[in-house]
Design a protein around this ligand. Sequence first.
Ligand code: C2O
Ligand code: CU
Ligand code: CU
Length: 518
Amino acid sequence: MKRRKFIAGTLLASGVVATTGFLQACKEYSEVSAKRSPAFKPDVEFDLISKTDKVNIFPNELTEVYKYDFKLIKGDSANIQEIRNSYLGPVIRVKKGQKIRINYKNLLDEESIVHWHGLHIPEEMDGHPRYAIDEDKEYIYEFKVMNRAGTYWFHPHPHGKTGPQVYGGLAGLFIVSDNEEDSLNLPKGKYDIPIVIQDRTFNSDNQLVYLQSPMEKMNGFLGEQILINGRPNFKLSVSSKAYRFRLLNGSNSRIYKIALSNGMPLIVIGNDGGLLKEPLTKNYIVLSPAERIDMIIDFSGMELENKVELISLPFPNPNMGGGMMMGGSSGLPNGTQFKLAEFNINKIVNEPFQLPKKLSVIPQIDTSDAINLNNPRRFRFAMSRMSWTINGRTFSMTDVASDEKVKLNTSEIWEFINGGGRMGMGMMGGMMQMPHPVHIHQLQFRIVDRSSNNNSTLWQSLKDGFIDNGWKDTFLLLPGMKVKILISFKDFPGLFLYHCHNLEHEDMGMMRNYLISS
Ligand code: C2O
Ligand code: CU
Ligand code: CU
């Protein structure tokens, strides 16, 4: 195996890492590896292998990628969908309550570990970077699916290398269904379609190009081409009926403002943590890295050969220096308008869809459950001494500060603030602010408040696109924004991550541990 040869620009990228000096060797933690427990009787078992591969994305030259390979050992193969001619990993469908065993084998020539994004599972199953394994090593995951029906996903999480490994192709979907969802008669089977949105840059030999300048790393990687499910120019022939689309923003740093080209509103039925209480109609949706949206597009009433595009609408470029004067991505700046996918009506059917009025029973938000209602725990996401920090700190493998420790079986209000502090003032401070998609591992939470002290054109352009209902594990924190969440620490004590899901920011250390003690 050739060492990451496929990523042009890697040399420069590692130069960036060296100058900012965040990367640390963490081999001493790689010895831990969960074992198969004989008492655990899985309903679904599969091998998952991370490796380098060559795939047929474009004509002529094959593209060298990282890929999750998959082999079912126990379970129904109809629940696993491989995506052909793509780097993307499989789409895995399971039911709530099922026991899953995953035999993960790392065949990359560098360390890796798999994180199950959004799943409520014990700490040794969560893919924390301290569990990263070397080439040829195995890690066994065994857990019971406790999450509600929804769209979750998996991707690597070795510290300092998550960005390049996800970019190289390592990601897949983990879709959960349950009885409540089954009773709704939502579109199923080939009418339930995953849409993983990512951006990539290819050179003239069809090879992936990653970071090319230090400023690109500070901003986060932006690709010049949009891929859906690992394929360019995504087109889908559809019948004139309702479809369910599960959108995942699997991009390293790009934000999308999603809409339909014909102005038809989007019918949102779910987000990160599953179905909403009731459907929500939106003219556009803001989807930041790692967020998911579950929506219905009803093509009924359309005519043969009608065409509808899923697009990303324009918004002001939020990157530092506007992405121009400071040398951001050249090809496709954040906030550019472009097409994501194209739907062509090729069959007229008469199957009217009844959108359920109620989707799911979700308890009301009760902030009085929080033990710190009037004294929220504060997390400031900001630039400090030329690096991206949380409360002025960067990641250290097992480090937890006193203000990052919580108690099992309590609920808290956490408040996230973008910017401020001494660097946040004035012109220069403003330029040092960027949107940060904030993610917390292991738990789904509720958003109780979102406000902005910054009446910018960016806020104006995006403010109607946030889906703050239902359960979330990731939310976008714009410059000047304050978001309050209600989070309950249940079932699993341990050391878990919270971080910026702009993967370049994460790799630079905009990530911390929090500790749940029993
Ligand atoms: Cu999808 Cu720690 O993240
Ligand atoms: Cu996660
Ligand atoms: Cu960030």
